[in-house]
Design a protein around this ligand. Structure first.
Ligand code: FES
Length: 106
């Protein structure tokens, strides 16, 4: 199974396995990653799964969708590399993905 590493704001890393077809947000919830709430269940409607995607991965994860961009306008600490991780579906091509959890999910 592909792996994704979550990096907390304090630098603590958590590498977890996630089956293909699941979202990065689901991987976070299934592994109790602190700072990822996923309140809307992955419908791109809450902004509580905000992460930063490491530069080397952005070509493979793709960019924000228009709906995702609109939702991120309500989030704190938005940057060019911001993504809502419920919108990133794991594939074998994303094995080794690194995402940094945003400081706040509000
Ligand atoms: Fe709600 Fe991602 S879980 S926007």
């Amino acid at each position: 199974m592909p792996r994704v590493t979550f990096v907390e704001p304090n630098g603590t890393e958590h590498a977890v396995e996630v089956a293909t077809g699941y979202s990065v947000m689901e991987a976070a919830l299934n592994n109790n990653i602190r700072g990822i709430d996923g309140d809307c269940g992955g419908n791109c409607a809450c902004g509580t799964c905000h992460v930063y995607v490491a530069a080397e991965w952005r070509a493979r994860t793709g960019e924000q969708s228009e709906m995702e961009h609109d939702m991120l306008e309500f989030a704190e600490g938005v940057r060019e590399d911001s993504r809502l991780c419920c919108q990133i579906e794991m594939t074998d091509a994303l094995d080794g993905l690194v995402v940094h959890v945003a400081d706040s999910q509000h």
